[in-house]
Write a protein that binds this ligand. Structure first.
Ligand code: GLN
Length: 433
């Protein structure tokens, strides 16, 4: 069974064609059959939730996600379950006493939360290989990584094990796995979805957002989570910018993304402008300094130092060391903040010369588990996504180019703050290619 658009499935549930309990059972059996993908850490009380929603529907409830099965990343609190962040240090923590704000929003509209998805330890990573619960496999090719850190969420959506999933994105953690797994992923405008009850990595960049199978579902999830309404925008004749400084990072696959984007956008009468934003070259350094300073701070309260020594993975330890170092050197933090301000102004200027900026989401297709990549190369997975994270801009990844072997690279669309409507309208054009 192919999965319907959320609004169609909701209609079926509301009209009694299928109950939420039945559809939930179907998803639970798919999850069971796809266990080897390892995309869930914890399963929740989904059947109970579904039965409760079915009952409410009989009494006239018509929530926007009435009866729809979704998943959440395991860095978000769900009452009664343990939030592990994929780490041994939290694996045996006490169950949460409350739901995070995003879960409250989903539940208020009738969503059924199937389970909590696997992730890179503390959301630090681009491959979903550092979780204490083991690596997550990419459904497009099981020998390849799904991307990270919201890899479990991207896989659950890509393998049709839920209708939509929540991820969190600090430097690319929703968009890069979306690109690797062939699904839609939105990093909304910084602050537009309440992150309360999510474990913070770097609060100046962290943003919860949806991963979905199509743009309409993404729009619906964004509206529910943010409480905002979006509108359809006529994209004919829009001016689309491409950042010159990204070009040196392109390979054959990502050049195809640009070619395809230009081809389909010109069919809608869009015009193109080449933009220069040299500060994007400093995005990695700014991210490293400011991101790690905040994450080191956030991790200070977790466990005893002995536990931290024993239970944190190498990547997390490395980042804590970098973070503690820069925190004791305020001049480094100050410099990174100045570069960040420059980058924000530069991107603002670029977005004044065009309506939206398009680039590949990631610099390659998903890489293999055994590919001998240097750590730096893995970190460079985020070079196209970090600038929007640092500047707090909304960014949508939509599937754009599929290679003959089925592997995908997404197109990333970035616009001014609070321009999600434009992102969805432009994103839809990529679906009709
Ligand atoms: N891959 C990036 C990192 O390792 C992004 C992480 C994220 O967005 N949470 O930091």
């Amino acid at each position: 069974m192919r999965i319907d658009r959320i609004s169609d499935l909701r209609q079926k549930i509301l009209s009694g064609v299928i109950s939420s309990e039945e559809i939930t059972l179907e998803f639970l059996s798919r999850i069971e059959k796809n266990k080897k993908l390892n995309c869930f850490i914890t399963m929740l009380d989904a059947l109970e939730q579904a039965r409760a929603v079915d009952k409410k529907i009989k009494d006239g409830f018509v929530g926007r996600l009435a009866g729809i099965p979704v998943a959440i990343k395991d860095n978000m609190r769900y009452k009664g379950s343990v939030t592990t962040c994929g780490s041994a240090i939290l694996q045996d923590a006490l169950p949460d006493a409350y739901d995070c704000e995003a879960v409250k929003k989903l539940k208020a509209e009738g969503a059924v939360i199937l389970g909590k998805t696997n992730m890179d330890e503390f959301a630090m990573g681009s491959s979903n290989t550092s979780s204490v619960f083991g690596p997550v496999l990419n459904p497009l090719d099981n020998g390849r990584v799904p991307g990270g850190s919201s890899g479990g969420s991207a896989v659950a959506v890509s393998a049709e094990l839920c209708c939509a999933a929540l991820g969190s994105d600090t430097g690319g953690s929703i968009r890069q796995p979306a690109s690797y797994c062939g699904v839609v992923g939105l990093k909304p405008t910084l602050g537009s979805i309440d992150g309360n009850g999510m474990f913070a990595l770097s609060q100046d960049m962290d943003q919860i957002g949806p991963l979905t199978r199509n743009v309409d579902d993404c729009k619906l999830m964004f509206e529910v989570l943010s409480g905002r309404k979006t509108v359809d925008i006529d994209c004919r004749g829009l001016k689309i910018g491409f950042i010159k400084e990204f070009e040196s990072r392109y390979n054959d696959d990502t050049r195809k993304v640009i070619e395809k984007a230009k081809e389909l956008l010109s069919d809608f009468g869009c015009t193109f402008v080449e933009l220069s934003a040299p500060s994007v070259n400093a995005a990695f350094a700014v991210y490293l300094v400011l991101g790690n300073a905040q994450s080191a701070n956030n991790l200070r309260n977790i466990g005893t130092s002995e536990e931290r020594g024993k239970k944190l993975g190498d990547e997390v330890k490395k980042r804590v060391i970098i973070g503690e170092y820069v925190l004791s050197h305020p001049e480094i933090v100050d410099k990174a903040k100045r570069v960040k301000s420059g980058m924000i102004s530069e991107l603002d200027r670029a977005l004044n010369e065009c309506d939206a900026i398009v680039s590949p989401t990631a610099p390659s297709v998903a890489f293999t588990f055994d590919e001998n990549r240097s750590k730096d190369e893995i970190v460079y997975s985020d070079i196209f996504t970090q600038p929007a994270s640092i500047a707090g801009l909304p960014a949508l990844s939509v599937p754009c180019y599929t290679r003959n072997d089925g592997l995908t690279v997404g197109a990333q669309i970035v616009a001014r703050k609070n321009s999600e409507s434009l992102l969805f309208s432009l994103g839809r054009l990529f679906e009709n290619q």
